[in-house]
Design a protein around this ligand. Structure first.
Ligand SMILES: Cc1ncc(C[n+]2csc(CCOP(=O)(O)OP(=O)(O)O)c2C)c(N)n1
Ligand SMILES: [Mg+2]
Length: 698
């Protein structure tokens, strides 16, 4: 019994390998059609066309054990064109990938069950509209915003090279995984993928393979409407190995292409596969119908007939197909993983210290004593810029955390993010063990790559000027959606930038960063707070952090007089209470404006006004504190409140009790020495004093 009707053979004839391939490919195709049809939305055409390309990759090439989806040396598969999500869901189902529970245990359940496929895009299913990391086991990164998966894959390939360089030993080739990314026209039109490809080519990441679905169509129609470049020539120029496959249904040609990738040892590979969207759909192929819409019942029937598929069957998975996946991908992956585990067991004996690091890293833990003796800065009225103190803190932590690593988008001398102790080195094609990264002037690719690195267990950071956070915002947003510990270091955080003027002076960026749910934004108020900012960031093992630092010097508060900087860990704390103990007015400040609030407090005291200074470096950390603590810091009965921050007001009102004042920015800055700009826009301690008195009617 079974699926005789699916083959052209007589009953007695065994199903041949070719038949099995075709059967599997058509299973992927029909699952995609049925999933989209059931949901009433989604993109069936791309999975239909890419079915053989993906089938060949998974069954013949991918080094992945469906029984152990988190195996450290697994090949990474990224579907950058996340709109084709039914493709990855069908693959995860057919491959029998196991679900891993939230606490990291491999369960007996499938990551994507047949029911989950039937519930494509439905509430709480394992098959959301676009693939989501952490939601569906086997989805290595969240994709959907075109280009991001490409950027992430570069970070994953970087991580592979770094892990190999640091942990492989003679006779112990622990890390040699490859990263495969399927991408579409849209992925390659986006700037971020080109930045990332440029970086990958420069770094000669020969463990990276992008498979481009060259179907000459996007949502509005033929690509010739907007895209006429020669992609192959572009990628050759970027230093890639470019391979072409003219017919996606030619499994032999695909196999040759994947071999060409594996045999290339000095460049990433782009495989350009010429395809026709909605392959096999007789009426709707090559039309926009196969794009963002279901095909419609009639067309689905006709297409199934064209595939030699029972026209009325839905979500049909012939048992031969799952068996076939087990016998190919499954068996190869299991053997490779078991061989690797035996190797790792020996490695453990030969290299216990390295093993410990690897295990800690993968559990997203930090080495014991990572926060032992923290850097301390003595009181200093002239002070130090938080970019400088932040850089010192970073270096101190990085000495203790070998997998804390990163770099800047060509601004390290300004962002102060260089690791300067022994044996840090520059990460380059000559030295993949380096910990200082030169991402080039590619903020977006930097943040996307940082996400990919974090997804492989590293603790990466990327740095640039705060105003250019806008250039990398989509990747920052995805780090928050995924709940991964990417750290972004943003310096030159306000009009304090001075002479570079309004183009370089962030105004709305604090509000914009705080608007991203799950992103912890920290703007420390002096040198010692910047140490705790890094500590908080490193403690955020399952969410991203943006550390926002000044270019200009800030006074280092005398912590024998003021409350300890460790208060930063609670997001907000009383730095200096009203002299008499009971405040009439609260002065709230972050970053460089903390010292203005402190000065205002002194001036107010001289006229008998009792003010409390609250440092509020992180709204997110503060909002997480118990109500009792927040009420202790911001007593509800004290409604006279003045907030001071060199940014826009948006976001502050929840701390101002409806009766507060805000001293900050109303427009863009200007080019001048920063002290003059502060005066000109009125962000001064005198204005804080004036506002406090106005609120108190004094
Ligand atoms: C950054 C971004 N912009 C726009 C979209 C909306 N969108 C989804 S698919 C798509 C284009 C589809 O064309 P292509 O990338 O060639 O994929 P294909 O339809 O050929 O699979 C667009 C514009 C998106 N997902 N991400
Ligand atoms: Mg396309």
């Amino acid at each position: 019994m079974g699926f005789r009707f699916l083959t052209k053979h007589s009953e007695n004839m065994a199903i041949t390998a070719n038949d099995l391939s075709q059967l599997s490919i058509n299973t992927i195709r029909t699952l995609a059609m049925d999933g989209v049809e059931a949901a009433g939305c989604g993109h069936p055409g791309t999975p239909m066309a890419l079915a053989p390309v993906t089938y060949q990759l998974w069954t013949e090439t991918l080094n992945y054990d469906p029984q152990s989806p988190h195996w450290l040396n697994r090949d990474r598969y990224v579907l950058s064109c996340g709109h084709a999500s039914m493709l990855i869901y069908s693959m995860l189902h057919l491959a029998g990938v196991r679900k891993v529970s939230a606490d990291g245990k491999i369960t007996d359940e499938l990551s994507v069950s047949l029911d989950a496929l039937r519930n494509f895009r439905q509430f709480d299913s394992a098959t959301p509209g676009h693939p989501e990391f952490g939601h569906t086991t086997g989805v290595e990164t969240t994709t959907g915003p075109l280009g991001q998966g490409c950027g992430n894959s570069v970070g994953m390939a970087i991580a592979g090279k770094w892990l190999a360089a640091r942990y492989n030993r003679p006779k112990f080739e622990l890390f040699d995984y490859n990263v495969y990314t399927q991408c579409s026209d849209g992925d390659l039109m986006e700037g971020v993928s080109c930045e990332a490809a440029s970086l990958a080519g420069h770094l000669k990441l020969d463990n990276l393979c992008w498979i481009y679905d060259d179907n000459s169509i996007t949502i509005e129609g033929r690509t010739k409407l907007a895209f006429s470049e020669d992609v192959a020539t572009r990628f050759e120029g970027l230093g890639w190995n470019v391979v072409r496959v003219d017919d996606p249904n030619d499994l032999g040609a695909l196999s040759v292409a994947y071999d060409a990738f594996q045999n290339c040892s000095d460049a990433p590979t782009l495989i350009i596969v010429k395809t026709i969207i909605g392959y096999g759909a007789p009426n709707k192929a090559d039309t926009s119908k196969a794009h963002g819409e279901a095909l419609g019942a009639e067309e689905v029937k006709l297409t199934k007939e064209a595939y030699g598929w029972p026209a009325d069957a839905q979500f049909l998975v012939p048992p031969e197909v799952t068996e076939h996946f087990q016998n190919t991908l499954g068996q190869r992956g299991r053997e490779a993983r078991e061989t690797w585990e035996a190797l790792f067991a020996d490695y453990q004996k030969a290299h216990p210290a390295e093993t410990k690091e690897l295990l800690q890293m993968q559990r997203r833990e930090l080495p014991a004593d990572w926060d032992g003796d923290l850097v301390e800065f003595p009181a200093d009225a002239k002070g130090v810029a938080t970019r400088n103190s932040g850089g010192k803190a970073l270096n101190a932590f990085a000495k203790k955390i070998p997998w804390l690593l990163g770099g800047s988008a060509d601004l390290a001398p300004s962002t102060k993010t260089l690791l300067e102790f022994d044996n840090t080195g520059n990460f380059s094609s000559e030295d993949y063990a380096g910990r200082n990264f030169h991402f080039g002037i590619r903020e977006h690719a930097m943040a996307a790559a940082v996400n990919g690195m974090a997804l492989c267990g590293l603790r990466p950071y990327g740095a640039t000027f705060f105003v250019f956070s806008d250039y990398l915002r989509p990747a920052m947003r995805l780090s928050a959606i995924m709940g991964i510990p990417s750290v972004l270091v943003f310096t030159h955080d306000s009009i304090g930038v001075g002479e570079d003027g309004p183009t370089h002076q962030p105004v709305e960026q604090l509000a914009a960063a705080r608007a991203i749910p799950g992103l912890v934004v920290i703007r420390p108020g002096d040198a010692n707070e910047s140490v705790y900012a890094w500590k908080a960031a490193l403690e955020n093992s399952h969410r991203p952090t943006a550390i926002v630092l000044t270019r200009q010097n800030l006074p280092t508060l005398d912590r024998t007089k003021f409350a300890p900087a460790a208060g930063l860990l609670k997001g907000g704390y009383v730095v200096s209470d009203a002299p008499g103990g009971i405040p009439e007015v609260l002065l709230l400040a972050t970053g460089s404006e903390l010292s203005l609030a402190v000065a205002a407090q002194e001036d107010l005291a001289k006229t008998g006004v009792m003010a409390r200074v609250v440092s509020l470096p992180s709204f997110e950390l503060f909002d997480e504190q118990p109500q009792a603590y927040r009420d202790e810091v911001l007593p509800p009965q004290v409604t006279a409140r003045v907030a001071v921050e060199a940014g826009v007001r948006q976001g502050w009102d929840r701390y101002l009790s409806g009766n507060g004042a805000f001293v900050g920015m109303n427009g863009f800055g200007m080019s001048a020495p920063f002290e003059q700009i502060y005066e000109a826009v009125g962000i001064t301690s005198a204005n804080v004093v004036a506002e406090a008195k106005r609120l108190l009617g004094k």
